[in-house]
Design a protein around this ligand. Structure first.
Ligand SMILES: C[S@@+](CC[C@H](N)C(=O)[O-])C[C@H]1O[C@@H](n2cnc3c(N)ncnc32)[C@H](O)[C@@H]1O
Length: 397
């Protein structure tokens, strides 16, 4: 059985795995390299890289398109049966990860384990893995850590792929899309890490430095706009979170975390002379009130301008700009039908009013893209929560 890998002794590097929505792996890789970390491998839906403790904290605080950051504890080949998995999990030196006073939970997922005859019951495998960890502690201390599935101190993720078992500690805890700035939500907000990923797909990080105007004309509770403002001001997206999955981790050193956080805070730049115009609009004044509150929660209310206006009655503020938006979308057929008119107006407003602008639109229905009646210059398939969606870019000449 292989030894517990937690940190390489020679250079103190951890093996880390950042998860993102499928389709955003390219932007996530660029983000990770931008932090100065060494990327080991890019998968659809995640990027493996290495970094020391400081880099681990920096990644947790700074990665915009990631939904989770996992620490590789061990990988074990040739796992076919739950008993083999039990032995592999029990052989990990869990004392290096957490103490029996902390609560924990185990999650198990699997893909592509074709050589087994019987299907894998993920819940049963998760239960067996939980027993293996509990038995490890009972054997040494005569007591075991309690399980808490709602808010565990320590979250262990297991993934079995091609009969290779990967055992991870979830360093993010709650998903990284929960930035900690949202006090109220409206219907159908887009996830924050997906919103950031769309902006990065459009090159917003570079455009913001060139002071290109940004607009979300269907801004709802302001997710895309707030992520755009965070990128423009170099605000770390997870700065407002109060807890992470590493809080009860044995290697966690709060003073190093605070140092990394303070260094990132010093790099926030809200200098009005360097700021692009950041605009959010929506036809609903109530939605704009929620956006305003969310902006206040992250100290960005002064860098953004809001306006209550239906997009079809708007005029561009500057000759050139970038729109990234998530117009209303329906799941049921009658909802989709009634939204066609909104997308037709979106297309014709872009065509007639927004020449010189680039517009990125995410939606889940092909018929709605059809209603826009514009030819995209680029498109990506992405998941918006459980909805298969597409993000298309329209360049208006
Ligand atoms: C899917 S929501 C946007 C959600 C937003 N991305 C968020 O994260 O909260 C769509 C928004 O479009 C707005 N809307 C619908 N028709 C509009 C129109 N013609 N012009 C401007 N806003 C419109 C709705 O009020 C709603 O807030």
């Amino acid at each position: 059985m292989s030894k517990t890998i937690i940190r390489r002794k020679t250079d103190n590097l951890y093996r880390l795995f950042a998860i993102c929505p499928g389709g955003l792996d390219g932007v996530l890789k660029t983000e990770i390299e931008g932090l100065g970390a060494h990327v080991l491998e890019v998968y659809s839906g995640g990027v493996e890289f290495e970094g020391n403790l400081e880099m681990t904290y920096k990644a947790c605080l700074s990665l915009r398109s990631a939904s989770r950051l996992l620490l590789m504890i061990q990988d074990v080949k040739q796992i076919y049966e739950p008993e083999e998995m039990y032995d592999a999990v029990r052989s990990v030196d869990w004392l290096k990860i957490f103490s029996p006073e902390s609560t924990f939970a185990v999650y198990f997922t699997e893909t592509n384990n074709k050589s087994r005859n019987a299907p894998i019951n993920s819940q049963y495998w998760a239960l067996k893995a939980k027993d293996a960890i509990a038995d490890f502690f009972t054997e040494r201390f005569g007591k075991r850590p309690n399980v808490d599935r709602q808010a565990p101190d320590i979250s262990i993720k297991l993934h079995l792929h091609n009969h290779i078992l990967k055992i991870y500690l979830d360093l993010s805890g709650r998903s990284l899309h929960e930035r900690g700035y949202r006090s109220k939500t409206l219907e159908a907000p887009i996830k924050e890490n997906l919103a950031a990923g769309l902006l990065l797909l459009c090159g917003w990080d570079k455009k913001a430095k060139e002071k290109v105007t940004f607009l979300d004309p269907f801004c709802g509770s302001g997710t895309i706009l707030i992520e755009a403002a965070m990128i423009a001001t170099n605000t770390p997206p997870s700065l407002f979170r109060t807890t992470f999955g590493f809080n009860a981790w044995k290697d966690h050193i709060p003073s190093i975390f605070e140092k990394v956080k303070n260094e990132l805070v010093l790099k926030i730049d809200k200098n009005p002379d360097l700021m692009p115009l950041l605009l959010g609009s929506d036809q609903s004044p109530e939605a704009l009130n929620v956006t305003r509150q969310n902006l206040k929660n992250c100290g960005l209310e002064d860098v953004v301008k809001l306006q209550a206006v239906p997009f079809e009655f708007s005029k561009p503020a500057t000759p050139v700009g970038l729109i990234v938006t998530n117009p209303p979308y329906g799941v049921r057929l009658n909802e989709v039908e009634s939204l066609k008119a909104t997308y037709q107006k979106l297309g014709s407003t872009l065509k007639h009013q927004y020449k010189g602008w680039r517009c990125g639109v995410i939606t889940s229905e092909e018929v709605l893209f059809h209603a826009i009646a514009l030819k995209p210059s680029k498109k990506w398939k992405l998941h918006n929560g459980s909805l298969e969606s597409e993000f298309r870019i329209f360049d208006m000449f």
